[in-house]
Design a protein around this ligand. Structure first.
Ligand code: PLP
Length: 387
């Protein structure tokens, strides 16, 4: 008989009852060092006092009204994101998938309003992940994500990662946009080199295409700067966010330039929950801590430290490890063998890491993780790699 809880997840046999900082605790008191942070969500760790205060204050005051009414917390968060980014305007969603979905809808509407109704193709890349909705899986394109879900939403052209010739050949008078993660998350923590991002920007400028960066996983300080695009000189036209935006309170965002977002007039899109007072107040508190609270500044050095330590493991274990890669607090060790058992063994020793593809160990710890915790966690992981 099917479980009351639809069994779409292969869950680990762990039940946490409390979280504090970078640690999670089970009912019997066993503690685990959380180097996955809810898949890159808990940037400020668990139980952060400033976030608990913001949440409880807002919950005690007002947590949901409706987007039928003014929501000052949402307007304030949008203004902060506009200040911090290239964007002129922001729409709030409940998840990364919905933010990507809106970026896709907006692209279509933009070209529709220009009278170019054939321009409906969005270019994406092998290894991408843009969510599990009908548009999300079509954009993601992998067999794993799309198997059995045909017919897929048309309008996506998927190209190999890093194949410049394929890209040039794929641009036609049907191309509407390029959608890319500056650092692929689920695809194995693969950073797109700066010069390739510049190339994409040039192509988009030449043909008037939208350049959409999916920063759902790599944004919000995870790779160093507040947004991954700020590493380089390339600015997108549209950016999607979620995960660490609310540190676990469900909220996502689509940030866009006025030129492209102007097609989304009243009635063209909406959400019941998106950006409600509770979620928006929490997301603003996260931003306050990241910037004014100095978390981002302090995290940079620890992110580099994590990179150095992973590179050292890679060079000490050449028989097991192909390479260490990634940026800031979003990193990976690519192993020569599948990592599922290794992850189980680390868990038994109290260290949580996550997978990003069969052979990839992904590290997405809270930005508040310390050097000492990294040392402690990586000692376990290296020992398990060697065993
Ligand atoms: N885009 C990227 C790059 C992601 O990593 C994810 C989730 O892992 C999504 C979109 C989908 O976000 P969500 O699970 O919040 O719907």
């Amino acid at each position: 008989m099917i479980d009351a809880l639809l069994p779409t997840y292969a869950r680990a046999p762990l039940t946490f009852v409390k979280g504090q900082g970078s640690w999670l605790t089970e009912a019997d008191g066993r503690r685990y060092l959380d180097l996955g942070a809810g898949i890159g969500v808990n940037a400020l760790g668990h139980g952060h006092p400033a976030l608990v205060a913001a949440l409880t204050e807002q919950a005690a005051t007002l947590w949901h009204t409706s987007n039928l009414y003014q929501i000052p917390q949402q307007a304030a968060l949008a203004a902060r994101l506009v200040d911090e980014t290239f964007a002129d305007t922001v729409f709030f969603t409940n998840s990364g998938t919905e933010a990507c979905e809106l970026a896709i809808k907006m692209t279509r509407r933009y070209w529709h309003d220009l009278g170019e109704t054939d321009r409906v193709e969005i270019i994406t890349f092998e290894g991408a992940f843009h969510g599990r909705s009908a548009a999300g899986i079509a954009a993601t394109g992998s067999e794993k994500m799309t198997h059995g879900f045909a017919p897929l939403l048309p309008g996506f052209v998927q190209l190999p990662f890093g194949d410049h010739d394929a890209l040039s050949a794929a641009i036609t008078n049907k191309t509407a946009a390029i959608l890319i993660e500056p650092i692929q998350g689920e695809g194995g923590i693969r950073a797109v080199p700066d010069q390739c991002l510049k190339g994409l920007r040039d192509i988009c400028d030449e043909h008037g295409l939208l350049l959409i960066f999916d920063e759902v996983q790599c944004g919000r300080g995870r790779t160093g700067p507040l947004f991954a695009y700020q590493h380089d000189s390339v600015t997108p036209d549209v950016m999607t966010l979620a995960k660490a935006l609310g540190n676990g309170i469900p909220i996502g965002a689509m940030c866009a330039t006025e030129r492209h977002a102007a097609a989304l007039t009243p009635g063209t899109h909406g959400s019941t929950f998106g950006g409600n007072p509770l979620a928006a107040a929490c997301a603003t508190a996260v931003l306050d801590e990241l910037i004014e609270g100095g978390v981002l500044d302090r995290a940079r050095e620890v992110g580099e430290y994590l990179g150095t330590k992973l590179a050292a493991i890679a060079s000490r274990c050449p028989e097991q490890v192909v390479e260490a890669r990634g940026r800031g607090h979003l990193r990976a060790l690519e192993l020569r063998e599948p990592v599922a058992d290794l992850i189980d063994r680390c868990r038994e020793e109290g260290v949580l890491v996550i997978q990003a593809g069969a052979n990839i160990l992904r590290f997405a710890p809270p930005l508040i993780v310390t050097r000492e915790m990294i040392d402690e966690g990586l000692a376990v992981i290296e020992r398990q790699i060697k065993s």
